[in-house]
Design a protein around this ligand. Structure first.
Ligand code: RB5
Length: 152
């Protein structure tokens, strides 16, 4: 089955997102673009929620999120149960976020990471697979909320 990516960004990442969409399409990957496609200000938690929903409902294999730094939108996405959003700035972290952390959303900062490096991060993320084994136990602990939200 064809790989499908759901991608979303705030106003700071429109051009960056468009370039990544072009890159994904050129690799034969289907893309669901949830926007924004305007430079008018939007709130990144809304975009994080929309992409996360589609990932959790398995409308796409993975999500990609972009804001200025990637920080706000990754914080927002990681508040959603079942989402493991990895903010990366290099290929190694992109690859390891799949291999070790089973990340289901790749996050990039449009004001931080150059577009060619970002494309390489996308490629590294998509070509790596979760290794399971010792990492599965750690992912299970994350999915149990580690502490159910309470630090005793
Ligand atoms: C928007 O100006 C900016 O705050 C946002 O894109 C992001 O960098 C937040 O973390």
């Amino acid at each position: 089955m064809k790989m499908k990516i759901v991608i979303g960004n705030d106003h700071s990442g429109v051009d960056f997102k468009n370039q990544l969409v072009g890159h994904l399409l050129s690799k034969g990957i289907e893309v669901i673009n949830v926007g924004t496609d305007s430079v008018d200000s939007v709130d990144y938690p809304d975009i994080a929620k929309e992409v996360s929903k589609k990932v959790l409902e398995k409308e796409a294999n993975f999500g990609m999120l972009i804001c200025g730094t990637g920080i706000g939108i990754s914080i927002a996405a990681n508040r959603i149960s079942g989402i493991r959003a990895a903010l990366v700035t290099n290929e190694l972290c992109a690859r390891l976020s799949r291999q070790h952390n089973d990340a289901n959303i790749l996050v990039l900062g449009a004001r931080v990471t150059g577009i060619e490096l970002a494309k390489s991060c996308v490629d590294a993320f998509l070509s790596a697979e979760f290794e399971g084994g010792r990492h599965s136990n750690r992912i299970s602990k994350i999915e149990c909320g580690c502490t159910n939200g309470v630090i005793e």
